[in-house]
Design a protein around this ligand. Structure first.
Ligand SMILES: Nc1ncnc2c1ncn2[C@@H]1O[C@H](COP(=O)(O)OP(=O)(O)O)[C@@H](O)[C@H]1O
Ligand SMILES: [Mg+2]
Length: 265
């Protein structure tokens, strides 16, 4: 279903929603649902705006719209890194509805704690962490091209919450990012585990995607983002895209902002 976004979007936007339960590890109201339309049924999450916990640094009632904006921008990259997401009315009022991604329990771990002298081959360092009385370990993520694309996407989104639980390896071999409520702030808030490529040159593929994105942000994509973002937030998105293209490098953590989500999962 995630591979067929047009069908998924129609199902999410127009399907009949049935709520089955509530995700208990969530800080906002996150409801596990199914959406049904024309004989098709798909699992999804529904996050009603009324269930959004107020935050000091994001205007109230805007998180669901930011999730949809994150989907729209991610879709424009062509990387299919965010499951289809729509804004619509539901049983608890307006909210976002997003296709459920079934985690692949057999997928290899993408995060690990390794010897501080590391990282091992195929892994990249995030941060040294104290794990017990005086003992340190190196938190690492895999050197994985899917994660690297997600790091580029997050830099454009200004994602303030890319912890380990916010990407899901699926059975189709893809990784899907979720929980994009705290994105698109005008202030730099990039908080992520994916620092393994910090300051390294962007791949030629990423630069190509960013060039297309820059044009799209002055065209059709802007129209799709406008309902969800302020003009200043849209401008800041253009500016982040331009900066990435100008430097040609992955960003570095900001010294003025906690750049690593803690706890990391
Ligand atoms: N599209 C999705 N597919 C599969 N699981 C999801 C999806 N969206 C959310 N979840 C699950 O629900 C949990 C809470 O959702 P999340 O978006 O992180 O909410 P919150 O904003 O409250 O942190 C996630 O940690 C994840 O386990
Ligand atoms: Mg979350």
């Amino acid at each position: 279903m995630a591979a067929d976004p047009a069908t998924a979007l129609a199902l999410l936007a127009e399907g009949r929603i049935e709520v089955h339960g509530r995700l208990t590890d969530a800080s906002n109201a996150v409801l596990y649902c199914t959406a049904a339309l024309d004989g098709l049924t798909a699992p999804c999450v529904y996050k009603p705006v009324a269930g959004e916990r107020p935050l000091w640094d994001f205007p109230d009632g805007t998180l669901a719209g930011r999730e949809v904006a994150a989907y729209e921008l991610a879709a424009a990259t062509g990387w299919a890194l965010v499951p289809p997401t729509v804004l619509r009315d539901g049983p608890h009022g307006p909210g976002m509805l997003q296709l459920w991604v079934e985690p692949d329990e057999d997928a290899p771990e993408l995060l690990a704690l390794q010897d501080p002298a590391g990282p091992e081959e195929g892994w990249l360092p995030i941060v040294r962490a104290e794990v017990a009385e005086g003992r340190t370990a190196l938190l690492v993520h895999r050197d994985d091209e899917r994660l690297r694309r997600l790091a580029v996407l997050d830099a454009v989104l200004n994602n303030a919450d890319r912890k380990g639980g916010h990407w899901i390896p699926a059975a189709d071999g893809r990784i899907y990012g979720i929980d994009h409520g705290v994105t698109f702030n005008t202030e730099g808030k990039l908080r992520t585990l994916l620092w393994g490529w910090a300051e390294q040159p962007l791949t030629a593929e990423a630069l190509h995607v960013l060039a297309r994105l820059a044009a799209d942000l002055d065209g059709p994509l802007a129209e799709r983002l406008r309902p969800h973002l302020t003009p200043a937030e849209l401008d800041a998105t253009r500016a982040r895209t331009a900066l990435l293209r100008r430097t040609g490098r992955h960003p570095l953590p900001s010294p003025d902002w906690p750049s690593i989500p803690w706890p990391p999962v």
